[in-house]
Design a protein around this ligand. Sequence first.
Ligand code: NAD
Ligand code: MG
Length: 391
Amino acid sequence: MPARNLTILGATGTIGVNTLDVVAMHPQRYRVLALTGQNQVERLATQCRQFKPLYAVVTDEARARELRHLLADTETEVLWGERALEEVASLPEVDTVMAAIVGTAGLKPTLAAARAGKRILLANKETLVMAGRFFMQAVRRGGATLLPIDSEHNAVFQCMPEPYSGDLDTHGVRRILLTASGGPFRTRALDTLDRVTPEEAVAHPNWVMGRKISVDSATMMNKGLEVIEAHWLFNARPEQIEVVIHPQSIVHSMVEYRDGSVLAQLSHPDMRTPIAHALAYPDRIEAGVTWLDLTRVGPLSFEAPDLRRFPCLGLAYRALAAGGAAPAVLNAANEVAVQAFLDRRIPYPAIADTLAHALDRLADRPAGELDALVAIDQEARAVAAAYIDAR
Ligand code: NAD
Ligand code: MG
């Protein structure tokens, strides 16, 4: 089998590092053609020395100079800027693109991969939340293939009939059940949530992840974004997507069929499993993970989410029902609010307040094409920032 040629967008992040970890186990199967990163120039340089890509991309010129210096004796060409991200995502010799940049910064390069008909391993859920209809259209028109990396959607994908037609009803699917760990504040007294610190919020009980997605897990905004992600990936109506809290993070999601069958995918919470699944699909390869011994993991429990504790989850359903640009508004306001919380400028409960405010102001905007989506994203950021400043 010829090796697959990879571009890894966001190589220096948690998903990027896990991807390279799996790739390193299978040197015959994968060749890395491009790696990208933002700030961690030293880490990117080390990765380039190990994987010898043709291109390495950073966001600005100063970092490009730094990286060029570090890689002076290598063959890797260093590029910088947004356009360069789009270029390495659509190189003719690349067949697979891991989309693992965090936030809306991932949209344009992921879109470039879609238009170029690549096999896209999609970790960057914000692309689907911000521009779901537009992005899915680009995937269809470009002849691209989407494979979900988010552990829940990867689990759903694995429990779905193949090939999936894009219509749940024709396959007899009744509901998609997305599991959620409930994060670090699942049992914390509600009246103490205004005092939680960024350190407590990013200390996820089961997963090691970037800071933004860790805060999103604490508020369950992450699950809200994933409900919207599931809507676009599987063409599921909001009432066909249910969230179940499962604190052990062993069952990664489930699909319920008309006949009462529920299929689940289980594994230890280690992103290398969904990454290896999507990298090799439809083959199966080793991921380097610990084997799951159900006799040792202890009881698995499930409970319904409490929307008073997790108002962000309710806001995500509200944005999905509103349609149009509402999910883009939610996503942009969330990025601003999470950053303000991490910078200790607002207390934890104000994250949800900021999102509700942005939705009240902007939820009825139509979605439109890329320029309109970028404009509404900017407007939502401004509305959220003004709300935070005025508090
Ligand atoms: P991270 O913060 O660890 O890494 C983010 C990567 O994006 C880094 O390589 C960084 O250099 C790059 N980046 C950040 N801002 C950028 C910008 N403006 N321009 C270009 N590059 C930029 O995040 P992560 O945890 O690896 O998550 C990446 C994506 O995967 C997110 O969309 C997240 O929601 C999704 N995801 C992550 C996990 C997980 O377990 N970590 C699970 C499911 C989905
Ligand atoms: Mg997830």
